[in-house]
Design a protein around this ligand. Structure first.
Ligand code: NIG
Ligand code: FE
Length: 425
């Protein structure tokens, strides 16, 4: 069945140039390049965008009996956008979707001066979540994941990357990946699963033993069972150092997995340089990376993915220097980093941090949560999400206002009125 979206406000199509490549520098913020003015409509057939034209013309061609409102007219399903703006569905390229328990108490510890590392040593942090997550059955994980995905979807996310990493043992890491498989089968969203067995060292093993387990047991099982296409490592002094990260990633690449890594979150340990050398599609956090490594990442095609929600929840005003990427035309994305500390699946809130705290204009920030991250998710030369143009999947959001900038200007409130995934409301 054909679906028509008529009477659109501005449409941020984000499709200028080669849509298989990220937007860079000033082309990210250029409204002439990336936004259609109001009055257009969109044609969707079998979940794919097949036309974008003046709304009046589409009305005459397809639904002559339509006057206004949603419903079925002349054999087409009409969505009346009523001059509200339309933007692509969000691509959240960094989440830890599945974990159990609650660590809300850690904010008070941080306020008393404890660091992230000290909280972890005192029995909080990742390992606390691991104990809780290990108790969950696959069914419990699936139900938790579906609930969280529906929250993400209500906030406009239509494509999502999800990591394991709160199991830290063969059984529980495989259980998390298996749960993602079931969730993916039951969801209309595109779900991209990443193995993050190297998120931390479990308390019940020596570090060297866990390194061996990762490389000799977990990784081969993950690859054999086809549970993940990606490998991630929390590369940070105190967790996995440069040498350990390299060992894991080299082994994973040998089994066909592609790296996307946590690097340089708290200090510059050379993580971004390593990520580029290893051919990582994305290097995430990159809050403290040096400029030389950023330049090198850009040349190597490694996306810098900023997660401004993390300093926010850690109570820090040390926001990452995202604006440098705009100035230097280095490819960058933004993502939520949903995890027990950063308990938000709201891409609009991430956008608010980028625009209200990091000086990024709303259209650039929009490119960083749609088209740019879509290029890291392995679609190759035929990226089918992240922009609104003919041939793309019909993944989009109708906002509550007429101007596209609204998408990140309602902190704590949802700017999305309607989310459409593969043509379905
Ligand atoms: O990306 N830094 C590593 N992992 C998560 C946080 C993990 C946690 O605190 O549970 C992150 O910020
Ligand atoms: Fe993370």
């Amino acid at each position: 069945m054909r679906t028509l979206i008529l009477n659109a406000g501005e449409i941020a199509h984000m499709s200028s140039g080669d849509a298989n490549m990220p937007l860079l520098g000033s082309e990210m913020s250029d409204k002439d390049l990336n936004v259609h003015s109001s009055g257009k409509g969109i044609v969707i057939e079998s979940g794919v965008i097949t036309g974008i034209a003046e709304s009046d013309e589409l009305e005459t061609e397809f639904v002559p009996s339509w006057v206004s409102g949603n419903g079925s007219f002349d054999g087409s399903n009409v969505i009346d956008a009523r001059d509200r703006a339309i933007i692509p569905g969000f691509v959240d390229s960094h989440t830890h979707l599945l974990w159990a328990g609650d660590r809300s108490n850690e904010i008070a510890l941080r306020q008393r001066g404890m660091t992230y590392a000290q909280i972890s040593e005192a029995g909080g942090g990742i390992n606390k979540t691991v104990s809780e997550t290990r108790k969950c059955t696959v069914e419990e994980l699936v139900s938790m994941g579906k609930h969280r995905l529906s929250e993400a979807q209500a906030l406009g996310t239509t494509t999502i990357e999800v990591k394991s990493g709160y199991g830290l043992s063969i059984d529980s890491e495989l259980r998390l990946l298996e749960a993602y498989g079931h969730i993916s089968e039951q969801s209309r969203m595109d779900i991209h699963t990443t193995w993050l067995g190297a998120h931390d060292f479990p308390k019940d093993k020596k570090r060297s033993e866990y390194m061996d387990e990762l490389i000799s047991d977990q990784l081969p099982r993950v690859a054999e069972q086809g549970l993940s296409r990606w490998v991630d490592v929390f590369c940070e002094p105190g967790w996995f150092d440069i040498e350990q990260t390299e060992r894991i990633v080299v082994a994973a690449k040998g089994l066909g997995l592609t790296p996307r890594l946590h690097v340089d979150e708290f200090v510059d340990s050379g993580g971004l340089t390593l990520a580029s050398e290893l051919g990582s599609v994305s290097a995430d956090h990159v809050a403290h990376s040096n400029d030389e490594s950023r330049e090198r990442a850009s040349k190597a095609g490694t996306m810098q993915t900023f997660l401004p929600g993390t300093p926010y929840v850690l109570g820090s005003n040390d926001y990452p220097p995202i604006d440098k990427c705009l100035e230097n035309e280095w490819a960058f994305s933004l993502a939520t980093d949903f995890n027990p500390n950063c308990n938000s699946l709201s891409i609009p809130f991430t956008g608010s941090l980028a625009s209200h705290r990091c000086g990024i204009d709303p259209i650039s920030a929009l490119a960083a949560v749609t088209r740019n991250p879509s290029t890291t998710l392995g679609y190759g030369d035929e990226v089918s999400v992240g922009s609104i143009s003919v041939g793309m999947d019909a993944d989009m959001n109708i906002l509550k206002g007429s101007e596209v900038e609204m998408w990140c200007q309602t902190p704590g409130m949802n700017p999305i009125s309607t989310t459409i995934i593969k043509g379905v409301l």
